[in-house]
Write a protein that binds this ligand. Structure first.
Ligand code: ADP
Length: 919
């Protein structure tokens, strides 16, 4: 450690310091405000006004530190007062003058020091205004300038104090001298004058009285007594002259004393006028006695105009007048010295804020005779402070609003400030971060990378932005760091967790890649139908590039003839339920060729849920359509080419069977029957296959008509009556008399197949029930759900009314609930046959599926009937399923929506039809 040498003018410097009479005085707001401001400006925690005394530095004002003084040999300020400019120690630990200094190695652990010497007009550095921090730092040119301005304010305060002191002393001394002299002179004069006059007058009156009693006036003038009288008179005059001389001499002295006083007054006035402060002297009644030039300049009032007027009438704001008057009404010496701030009103009505330091001059009795106020106009300083406070509040709000982790860091990675992020936790507690180095707190690779970008930012002056990954709470996070230069060798690092953004970007990127690589055309349209996006698939299908389509109407571009209204309605419609979201249509390509497309159209919404347009996914189904056309042609060809020879084959076999061509042997007859049955089966098979293909093809259009369900059921029963009789099976039908809008022939086909199976798989002597019922909700209706029990849908005659059949929806089965709503017709075919194993209940609806492989041989059938049934029912928007108890029988259920647009005839709803087909 190097101890600072003494300044060359040390003795004079100390004398100047002591003249200020400031050492060991209490804290004053005038100094404290400046100190606080210095700390704010430099962004440090410690600031003080330090006065360097003979063997100590004493703090007139301080923030961030408790002690009042330290020994001079360890004082940084002792170094600072050796120079005329600011002394800056960026890092005391690295400065050999201070490395072992007690203030550095122990509390308060000074690392940074900047002190501006407080130099008086005569050139004496009395101390410093200094700022201190516990971490290394540097000051910006603006901060240095601010500190220097404040130091000048401190010097003014000190000068003022010194001048005031001198002024007070000179005023008091002058006053006492004059008083003494005038007192002496007047007492001497009065005493001497009166004495001489008395003496002369007594002599005159004494002699006159004798002479005028004894002789006439003319004689009396020549007698001895006259001589004595004259002598006495002369003596009286001599004494009188002497006394007058003495009086005159005293008056001369008084004149000189007054002249000296006048000169001192002029000198004082000159001093008052030149000091940088406002000086106001008031008498005990509050009348203005002195008003220096600075007061005149600040207020616009000339001293001559306001002399002897009450100062509050002229200078104070209305609200301040009464309190001040009250103070003057009861002035006490003990109230001084004091300090306060108040506002003065200038002649032009402007307000100036003044910081006052007041003292009192007392008379011989110790009563307040004069009040001397010295003030500094702090309007601008206050405004600056307010502006600073505001900007600090703004900065704080900004910092609060920024979710990022913020670090102020030196170029070697020392953390000067650390503000934790709002949105994520940091690796170490933030209160431990200040003063630490990045290498201590971050993984080496991340620390190294940050130093690299910090140096780059400092070299280029450009903001550096980079991303990095790190493990936080065992979770891989992606973060983004922005490094901004914030001073010489200092940067601000802002770190943000962008993991979510990265994931979203990744997802978006993938989505974009999917859209781009899709073979389907994916087109975005705005609410007015204009194209907003166009993927590669769309280019492939339609031939237009994305650029060619942007902003053009999709309807015009693709020559959407059919469905164009639906398109527009769909895009503009508020209710997505109304959306036509799938259709097959034709579009034109760029080359004019028409293509078949399948469209899926969905609304697109913004984040707030408002519709912004629609997405159109178009699939080119031209090839599929061509295949379907080929298949249809093939089916019609096959249908003709297979059926024709089969018909002639069956005709020939029938002819043989009649025996018209000749009789056959019993064996031949049997072979003929086999051939006949095989031809029948082949015929059924061909019909079934063709049916299936037709149902799946574009040609499969339902021919709907309106008919009564009871009629339908009677038709089915009569068609199957022969088979039932043959098998000795009774068929019972119970039907709700309701109108249905459907393809009657197809439904006959379905019910015939189910009835045929029921007869086929029932033992003789049993009954098959065919029922049709309308659904009706009951109070126990349950919500559909996974694992719901098998349907306990019961179809029964309505006990309250014998006129109709109702379906009680007590339980609903998961996959069939959709159709079991009011307005649904339920058809059932129930038998008492062998039943179907549970695991086969669904399988039997697949192609060529039979429960028993021997069924085809023993009972006939192709395993295609139920497949065809399901296809027909689903084309009607209905459902079909089976339930069964092995050995007890099976029930097949069909639900069909009743076309609600079609009114039901009340007449037709009357009456239940029951047909009993007797065995
Ligand atoms: P098939 O022409 O063979 O009757 P289906 O598709 O109509 O073809 O029936 C498929 C299989 O389902 C039948 O072969 C039979 O094994 C079973 N099946 C259909 N209905 C019943 C029923 N009511 N009772 C028992 N089993 C049945």
């Amino acid at each position: 450690m190097t101890q600072a040498p003494l300044p060359t003018n040390e003795l004079a410097r100390l004398a100047a310091l002591h003249q200020c009479h400031i050492l060991n005085t209490p804290a004053e707001s005038a100094f404290d405000d400046i100190t606080r401001l210095a700390a704010h400006i430099c962004g440090v925690s410690i600031a003080m006004v330090s006065l360097v005394d003979a063997d100590r530095q004493w703090f007139k004002s301080k923030v961030g530190i408790e002690v009042n003084e330290t020994p001079r040999e360890i004082a940084f300020c002792a170094h600072a007062i050796l120079q005329r400019e600011i002394l800056i120690v960026p890092d005391a630990a690295a400065d050999e003058r201070f490395t072992t200094n007690l203030l550095v190695t122990a509390e308060p652990h000074v690392r940074f020091y900047a002190g501006v010497p407080l130099i008086t007009l005569e050139g004496h550095a009395l101390g410093t205004l200094c700022v201190i921090d516990r971490v290394p730092r540097i000051l910006s040119p603006e901060q240095i300038e601010g500190l220097e301005i404040l130091a000048r304010q401190v010097v003014k305060q000190l000068e003022l104090r010194r001048n005031l002191d001198a002024l007070e002393r000179s005023a008091v001394e002058s006053k006492q001298t004059v008083r003494k002299r005038i007192g002496f002179a007047s007492s001497v004069i009065s005493f001497a004058g009166i004495t001489a006059a008395l003496m002369a007058l007594s002599a005159i009156f004494y002699q006159s009285a004798i002479d005028f009693q004894q002789q006439p006036w003319s004689q009396a003038l020549h007698s001895d007594s006259t001589v004595r009288f004259l002598a006495a008179t002369c003596l009286g005059f001599v004494i009188l002259s002497l006394l007058f001389y003495l009086g005159y001499a005293e008056l001369q002295k008084r004149y000189y004393a007054e002249e000296t006083l006048e000169q001192e007054r002029d000198f004082t006035a000159a001093v008052l006028d030149t000091v940088g402060a406002l000086v106001l002297v008031l008498d005990a009644k509050g009348r203005i006695v002195r008003f220096n030039r600075n007061c005149e300049q600040t207020t616009g009032h000339a001293f001559a105009e306001i002399r002897h007027r009450l100062f509050w009438d002229i200078l104070l704001l209305p609200q301040d007048v009464e309190p001040v008057k009250a103070v003057f009404a009861d002035l006490k010496a003990g109230q001084f010295p004091n300090a306060h701030e108040n506002a003065w009103m200038t002649k032009t009505g402007e307000q100036r804020l003044i910081a006052w330091s007041n003292t009192a001059l007392l008379d011989d009795d110790g009563a307040v005779e004069y009040v001397i106020g010295t003030g500094i106009d702090i309007t601008e300083r206050k405004q600056a402070e307010n502006a600073l406070r505001k900007s600090e509040a703004t900065n704080r709000a900004l910092v609060e609003a920024i979710p990022d982790l913020m670090i102020r860091m030196t170029k070697d990675g020392t953390y000067l400030d650390f503000i934790p992020a709002k949105s994520f936790t940091v690796l170490k507690p933030h209160n431990e971060m200040r003063g630490r180095n990045i290498h201590e707190v971050m993984p080496p690779d991340i620390a190294q990378q940050r130093i690299h970008y910090t140096q780059k930012a400092l070299q280029t002056g450009e903001t550096q932005v980079y991303e990095f990954q790190l493990l936080r709470d065992d979770k891989a996070c992606t973060e983004e760091a922005r490094i901004v230069v914030s001073g010489e060798d200092e940067v601000l690092v802002m770190v943000r967790d962008i993991s979510d953004r990265k994931q979203a970007e990744e997802a978006l990127f993938q989505l974009a890649a999917i859209v781009e690589s899709s073979c389907d055309a994916i087109i975005g349209v705005a609410l007015d139908g204009k194209i907003t996006s166009w993927n590669a698939g769309a280019t492939k299908i339609y031939g237009y590039s994305a650029e060619e389509t942007r902003g053009r109407s999709a309807i015009v571009l693709l020559a959407v003839s059919t469905h164009s209204n639906e398109w527009l309605e769909m895009i503009a419609d508020e209710n997505p339920a109304q959306y036509l979201n799938y259709c097959e249509t034709q579009h034109s390509r760029k080359d004019g060729k028409w293509i078949d497309v399948a469209l899926t159209i969905s609304p697109v919404r913004d984040a707030a849920g408002n519709r912004t347009g629609a997405s159109i996914i178009a699939r080119d189904i031209s090839d599929r359509r061509a295949m379907e056309r080929m298949k249809d042609e093939f089916i019609s060809v096959v249908s003709h080419e297979l059926r024709t020879p089969l018909t002639s084959l069956k005709g020939s076999l029938s002819l043989l069977q009649t025996g018209q061509i000749g009789s056959l042997s019993a064996k031949g007859q049997r072979m003929l029957e086999i051939a006949f049955s095989s031809a029948d089966r082949l015929g059924v098979l061909i019909n079934n296959i063709l049916d299936l293909e037709r149902l799946g093809s574009s040609q499969s259009l339902l021919t709907k008509q309106t008919f009564d369900v009871t009629d339908l059921m009677q038709q089915v029963v009569s068609e199957m009556q022969l088979s039932a009789e043959k098998a000795n099976i009774a068929v019972s039908i119970a039907s709700a008399s309701t109108q249905l809008h459907a393809d009657r022939d197809r439904l006959v086909q379905v019910l015939t197949n189910l009835l045929s199976n029921a007869i086929k798989f029932s033992p003789p002597g049993t009954t098959v029930w065919l029922t049709a019922a309308l659904t009706q909700e009951t109070s126990e209706k349950s919500e559909p759900g996974v694992g719901a029990p098998n349907p306990a849908v019961t179809v029964q005659p309505n006990p309250s009314s014998a006129s109709n059949l109702t379906l009680n929806l007590q339980h609903t089965q998961t996959q069939h609930t959709q159709s079991l709503t009011p307005g649904t017709l339920l058809l059932t075919v129930k038998d008492q046959g062998r039943g179907i194993p549970t695991d086969k209940l669904e399988v039997i609806f697949d192609r060529f599926q039979q429960v028993d492989a021997s069924d085809a041989r023993q009972r006939g059938g192709t395993g295609l009937g139920l497949t065809i049934c399901r296809s027909i029912v689903e084309q009607h928007g209905g459902q079909i399923w089976a339930e069964s108890v092995l050995g007890k029988g099976s029930t097949f259920y069909i639900t069909l929506p009743i076309d609600i647009a079609m009114p039901r005839s009340p007449a037709l709803l009357q009456g239940q039809t029951e047909v009993e087909v007797k065995r």
